[in-house]
Design a protein around this ligand. Structure first.
Ligand code: URA
Length: 291
C-alpha cells in the first residue's frame, strides 16, 4: 500500500470512529445490518459512490429466434382484386356508359398508327379488339394472323376456333361477354413472332384498352402476352398454373391456342388454368369441358 493510500485509510477510519462516537452520544446502541449484496456482484468503493461490478462475466441475453417471417402465399384459388393491393392505374375506371366511346376513339387512333412502318405498309387493316366494354374477363393474344388481318377481328382463324371453344364449352361464357385483343394490332409478316420494338410501340394501346375496360381478370395467352404485360422473361411453363398481378388485376397465364393446336397433349394443363380462373370468378367448374 502506498503512503498516500495508507494516509487515506487512516483518515477514513478516524472519520468512521468519530461518526460512531457521535451516534453513541445520541443514544444509538445498535446499527442495522448492511443490505445483502447478491452473490454475483461485489461492491468496490471508489472515491465517490460505490459501484457494483459483476464477479462473473455477464452472458449476453439468450438469442431468441425471431418469429418466423410471414410470407404471404401466392394466391392460388380465389383471388379478389383487393388481394393484389390498390389499383395500379393513374385514373379511376371510366363509367361503363363512357367506355364504348373511349374505345371507339382509341380504335380510330390505332387504325392510323404507323409507329412500325413495315407493319403499317404490309397489313390489310389493324385488328383492335372485340367483346364487351364492361367485360369481367379480358383475353390477350399475341398478334393478328392472316384471317384476322383479312377480317379485322382477333382470333377468327383456327386458333380462334379453339379459343372460342375454351370460352364457350370450357368456361360456359360467350365471346360477346368477354373481351379479346392482342399485344400487336398489326399482322407481322409470315406470322412471325413480334419483335421487341414492335411490342414496345403497340403495348401502350393494349394498356389503354385494359384501362378503359378495367376487367376483373386477365387471361394471358402465350409468352408474348405474358412477357409484355408482366414484364418477365420466365418461360410459360414457369408462369402458368399460378396467379400474377397486372396493375392490381389478377392474371393467369396459359398456353396460346396455336401452341395447343400443335401440342394437343398440353390441353389438360390449359384446362387446369381455366379452372383456376373459373373458380376465382365464381363460375361453375364442370368436371370436364363439353366435347
Ligand atoms: N393468334 C393471336 O395471338 N391472335 C389472333 O388474333 C390470332 C391468332
Amino acid at each position: 500500500m502506498s503512503l498516500e493510500a495508507s494516509d487515506e485509510h487512516a483518515l477514513l477510519l478516524r472519520m468512521v470512529q468519530q461518526h460512531l462516537d457521535s451516534l453513541r452520544r445520541a443514544g444509538v446502541d445498535r446499527i442495522p445490518a448492511p443490505p445483502v449484496i447478491p452473490p454475483r456482484t461485489r461492491a468496490i468503493h471508489l472515491r465517490s459512490a460505490p459501484v457494483e461490478v459483476p464477479n462473473e462475466p455477464v452472458l449476453p441475453p439468450p438469442i431468441v429466434a425471431p418469429p418466423p417471417a410471414v410470407v404471404p402465399p401466392i394466391p392460388t384459388a380465389t383471388p379478389a382484386s383487393s388481394l393484389f393491393g390498390s389499383s395500379g392505374f393513374d385514373t379511376p375506371a371510366p363509367p361503363p356508359s363512357e367506355r364504348p366511346a373511349l374505345l371507339a376513339e382509341l380504335r380510330a387512333e390505332v387504325a392510323q398508327c404507323t409507329r412500325c412502318p413495315h407493319l403499317a405498309a404490309t397489313r390489310t387493316q389493324t385488328v383492335f379488339g372485340t367483346g364487351s366494354p364492361t367485360a369481367r374477363l379480358f383475353f390477350v393474344g399475341e398478334a393478328p394472323g392472316g384471317d384476322e388481318d383479312r377480317l379485322g377481328e382477333p382470333f377468327v382463324g383456327r386458333a380462334g376456333a379453339l379459343l372460342t371453344d375454351m370460352i364457350t364449352k370450357g368456361m360456359g361464357l360467350t365471346r360477346e361477354e368477354v373481351y379479346i385483343a392482342n399485344v400487336l394490332k398489326s399482322r407481322p409478316p409470315e406470322n412471325r413472332t413480334p419483335l421487341p420494338d414492335e411490342v414496345g410501340h403497340c403495348l401502350p394501346f393494349l394498356e389503354r384498352q385494359i384501362a378503359i375496360i378495367r376487367p376483373q381478370y386477365l387471361c394471358l395467352l402465350g409468352r408474348t402476352a405474358a412477357s409484355a404485360l408482366l414484364d418477365t422473361a420466365l418461360s410459360l411453363a414457369r408462369l402458368r398454373g399460378r396467379w400474377h398481378n397486372y396493375r392490381g388485376i389478377p392474371a393467369i397465364v396459359t398456353y396460346h391456342p396455336s401452341y395447343l393446336l400443335r401440342y394437343p397433349e398440353e390441353k389438360k394443363k390449359a384446362w387446369e388454368d381455366l379452372q383456376m380462373l373459373m373458380q376465382a370468378m365464381g363460375l361453375k367448374v364442370p368436371k370436364r369441358p363439353k366435347a
